[in-house]
Design a protein around this ligand. Structure first.
Ligand SMILES: Cc1cc2nc3c(=O)[nH]c(=O)nc-3n(C[C@H](O)[C@H](O)[C@H](O)COP(=O)(O)OP(=O)(O)OC[C@H]3O[C@@H](n4cnc5c(N)ncnc54)[C@H](O)[C@@H]3O)c2cc1C
Length: 224
């Protein structure tokens, strides 16, 4: 940006857009502003050389972030290895990647409208463009595709893990029943974000608190 934005200060999480939240059957993405502290940009910025990385970090005060909150339809799996440790396997499905690509294009358009001079996405490689030239965004998207969407190529972060012990009506497709009880294990209840039936597509904390409150009431009822 031409002026200081200082993305780590002020009212940092006050804007969002759900224009694209329902692209198909309730799945899509939202935009949210979020605070960008130096450590966050350090995680996201491409690294091709120390000098380039240093220069990008020095420009943090003039950097604005559009956060993409993707509601993914097809999640990953958490299994247990021989030592009893959790093993997380997550790959973005083709279906969700199509929404993500559309989100990246729309976020770039949004930043252009806000007056951004240079736009980049958290890829391992530095793929940037300067708005102005004809087809600049389309050309950039082609270069983003070419840089790759695989592991260690594009930074994806999860703040909102959910639905890993789904609540449902059958032991075949879920882990807990409608009363938070783990199917087949007497006295074991789950009361957190993992019982969401699907990814909710919104920041989940209030729902998590609601679920915990409900579970507490259910457990109290069973104990009395
Ligand atoms: C950086 C960040 C920012 C976020 N911002 C927002 C936001 O703005 N709005 C929003 O709605 N949501 C936000 N979230 C998401 C929200 O914080 C989580 O969805 C929510 O806290 C999940 O609640 P939970 O009870 O399911 O799990 P947690 O809050 O993770 O609680 C799990 C608890 O279990 C404990 N535990 C783990 N293993 C064991 C064990 N073996 N024995 C005993 N205890 C154990 C952990 O210490 C932890 O206290 C954010 C998350 C992150 C990481």
């Amino acid at each position: 940006m031409d002026e200081d934005v200082r993305p780590w200060t002020g009212t940092v999480q006050a804007h969002y857009s759900d224009q694209f939240a329902d692209l198909d059957d309730g799945y899509g993405f939202k935009f949210e502003t979020v605070p960008m502290h130096p450590s966050f940009q350090a995680l996201a910025a491409p690294w091709e050389s120390a000098a380039q990385y240093r220069e990008r970090m020095a420009r943090l005060p003039r950097t604005a972030l559009v956060g993409i909150l993707l509601r993914d339809r097809f999640g990953g799996r958490v299994t247990v290895d021989q030592d009893g440790a959790a093993v997380v396997d997550y790959r973005v499905s083709r279906y969700d990647a199509a929404h993500l690509r559309r989100a990246i294009a729309a976020a770039a358009e949004l930043l252009e409208a806000a007056g951004a001079r240079e736009i980049w996405v958290p890829l391992a490689r530095a793929i940037t463009y300067r708005p102005g030239a004809a087809n600049a965004r389309q050309d950039w998207l082609r270069r983003v595709d070419a840089a790759g969407w695989g592991p260690n190529q594009l930074l994806l972060v999860t703040f909102h893990q959910m639905a890993s012990c789904r609540m449902g009506a059958s032991a075949r497709t879920s882990v807990v029943d409608s009363e938070h009880r783990v199917w087949g294990i007497r006295g074991l209840y789950v009361a957190d974000a993992s019982v969401f039936p699907t990814s909710s597509g919104v920041n989940p904390m209030l729902t998590v608190m609601g679920i915990a409150h409900r579970a507490a009431g259910v457990i109290a009822g069973h104990l009395s």
